[in-house]
Design a protein around this ligand. Structure first.
Ligand code: ADP
Ligand code: MG
Length: 623
């Protein structure tokens, strides 16, 4: 074979532009050149495999399909060799001397759009093959095409204006890239260093990757496999590897779609909620891949914030590999991915809730808070999320929950609202005064134990056109919905007496209450505090008070409405007492208010109340 003299070629002007920026940029993420070259090697090998299916005659047909990386630390070189399709003379010129290929082209387009020589752009795009010139002052690409006809060639460049191509002897099929590292980057020629970079970016390359002869542990890209060929055990193992997790996944969602985007996705719901353990806010953990090559291990906008507990992989062949973090996060592509994936995940949860309510309930116990956060922050998915909420109620047993849809299915015809009540726990709610009226009419009330629930109700406002209403609102007309089941009730004060008593109490309580009224809603309790403003529930008052105290503005408590029960013996006695013993009646009125405050969770400092209590006892013991 005759060896011709090396031919010199000028890079196309656009390539020069890219190279100039690559070489002179201060871009810090130098290691991505490894990812770019391994992904090219993997692509070329994959193409060879396809070619084998249709072509009979393939050069070096017996060659093992693998990627070999060797390091020569002394010399400061790295060699990356594949047994892929290789390149012919014209392909070398076309592929490495001009810009026709995806990544670098996108880079150039962005460059044009930005209208200036923007150094930051390289941070936003890998630039494929050319990224190697960030770290190398000389690169040799030996290549032998799969076609039986043709030469072994060596393409050489220092990344400035030109490159050379010459014919060489004895190369096997595929491409071997020898990277001569610049002095300051000789560190990359350390075996450990290269290994850890490959592990990070290229764990799922489907061909064996060897570094200095040792095969790296690569993992099968499970998300690209057919569901039917994957065992439960494999899913669990994959989760542990990919999410670096110590727990098991609760369940997973594995799906592919071709439209509107080509995606393969495998998402996991973990068992443990790390935020619940007080580990601080979780970081998103769904990694973005393009055909098995990592693009970003924790892309920020791939899923809505409230899905940050989800782990797994999204792989889209539609993503340009070279796109990188900054530009990707705002790209419309990522927004589309976000939309598709979120919808599928919600649908999966809905199906779970239907088909395996126990598993869903357990998930809800650990991760319900995230869904609640979603209701308050993500308008687009609110309706969907509301279907996933679960609460205990006056109809459920302790520890059992109901969905809003089931709640409504049980509601009487005339009920136009969804009732809920907040409290620290079931017992507190059931012993408080608010539930009585609902219980007496068999109207279901949802129990809410967490501070965030009030926000959820206020943000969502309604479900299936039924408004959420706190059971401590004052303008609920329960009789319009259903009559009291108990007909044998003690007699109530007459209208005049009860109005008279209300006036007395209001006078004695002064500005502590905005209004005192008699209420038909109470059954076993003498009095309760209700909220005139639906947005200002007891829970909100507590929170506001806490905030005021933190801010040091111990302002006066906002006045409340007091409702008294005209059928309660205590109230009836008080009606006759205030004429004969105004002092004692005043003390009892004040005590009534404090007790009602306590039931609403609004009594901060009990000392006055206790003091007054003694006073009342003292007066009573004198009689
Ligand atoms: P991209 O991979 O986005 O196309 P690159 O700059 O990484 O852009 O590579 C440019 C082109 O060079 C590739 O499209 C491919 O045709 C060719 N190429 C690069 N590396 C190899 C390789 N190891 N074997 C065969 N062809 C390669
Ligand atoms: Mg590439």
């Amino acid at each position: 074979m005759s060896t011709k003299a090396p031919e010199r070629h000028e890079f196309q002007a656009e390539v020069k532009q890219v190279l100039d920026i690559v070489v002179h940029s201060l871009y810090t993420d130098k290691e991505i050149f490894v990812r770019e070259l391994i992904s090219n090697a993997s692509d070329a090998t994959e193409k060879l495999r396809h070619t084998q299916l249709t072509e009979k005659e393939i050069f070096d047909a017996e060659l093992e399909l693998e990627i070999q990386v060797t390091t020569e630390e002394e010399a400061g070189t790295i060699t990356i060799r594949d047994s892929g399709i290789g390149m012919t003379h014209d392909e070398l010129i076309e592929n490495l001397g001009t810009i026709a290929h995806s990544g670098s082209k996108a880079f150039l387009n962005a460059l044009k759009e930005s209208g200036e020589r923007n150094e930051n752009l390289i941070g936003q795009f890998g630039v494929g093959f050319y990224s190697v010139f960030m770290v190398a002052d000389k690169v040799q690409v030996y290549s032998r095409s799969w076609r039986t006809e043709g030469d072994c060639l060596c393409w050489t460049s220092d990344g400035s204006g030109s490159y050379e191509i010459e014919t060489v002897e004895g190369e096997r099929r595929g491409t071997r890239i020898v990277i001569h590292l610049k002095d300051e980057y000789k560190d990359f020629a350390k075996k450990d260093r290269i290994e850890s970079i490959i592990k990070n970016y290229s764990s799922f390359v489907q061909f064996p990757v060897k570094v200095d002869g040792d095969t790296l542990k690569t993992v099968e890209a499970l998300w690209l496999k057919n569901k039917n060929d994957i065992s439960e055990e494999e899913y669990k193992e994959f989760y542990k590897f990919q999410a670096n997790a110590f727990d098991e996944p609760r369940f997973w969602l594995h799906f592919s779609a071709d439209a509107p985007l080509a995606i393969n996705t495998l998402l996991f719901a973990p068992t443990e909620n790390m935020e619940g353990f007080g580990f601080g806010r979780m970081e998103p953990g769904v990694a973005l891949y393009c055909r098995k090559i990592l693009i970003d291990s924790d892309p920020k906008n791939l899923l809505p914030d409230w899905l940050r507990f989800v782990r797994g992989v999204v792989d889209s062949a539609d993503l340009p590999l070279n796109i990188s973090r900054e530009s990707m996060q705002d790209s419309t592509l990522v927004q589309k991915l976000n939309k598709v994936i979120t919808k599928r995940f919600l649908k999966m949860l809905e199906e779970k809730a239907k088909n395996d309510p126990e598993a869903y309930d357990s998930f809800w116990q650990s991760f319900g808070l995230f869904l609640k956060e979603g209701v308050t922050t993500d308008f687009a998915h609110r309706d969907h999320l509301l279907k996933l909420l679960r609460y205990e109620s006056s109809y459920t047993e302790e520890g059992k929950t109901t969905s809003l849809a089931d709640y409504l299915s049980r509601a009487p015809e005339g009920q136009k609202e969804i009732y809920y009540i907040s409290g620290p726990n079931r017992k507190a709610i059931e012993n408080g005064p608010y539930l009585e009226a609902f219980k007496a009419r068999n109207i279901e009330v949802l129990y809410m134990y967490e501070a965030v629930d009030e926000f959820v109700m206020n943000h969502a406002r309604n479900f299936e056109e039924k408004n959420f209403v706190s059971a401590d609102s004052d303008d609920i007309d329960l009789d319009a919905i259903a009559p009291e089941t108990e007909t044998d009730k003690p007699e109530a004060l007459d209208a005049v007496a009860s109005e008279d008593l209300c006036k007395f109490i209001k006078e004695k309580l002064g500005d502590d209450v905005s209004e005192v009224t008699a209420s038909e809603r109470l059954v076993g309790s003498p009095a309760m505090i209700v909220n005139a403003d639906k947005m200002m529930t007891a829970q909100m008052r507590r929170m506001m008070k806490a905030m005021q105290q933190k801010g040091g503005m111990m302002g006066a408590e906002p006045p409340v409405k007091l409702q008294i029960n005209p059928r309660h013996p205590l109230v009836k006695n008080l009606a006759s007492l205030h004429g004969s013993n105004s002092d004692l009646a005043t003390l009892i009125s004040q005590q009534l208010l404090d007790n009602a405050r306590m039931a609403a969770g609004l009594l901060e400092d009990p000392t006055t109340m206790v003091q007054r209590n003694y006073e009342i006892l003292e007066k009573l013991s004198q009689q």
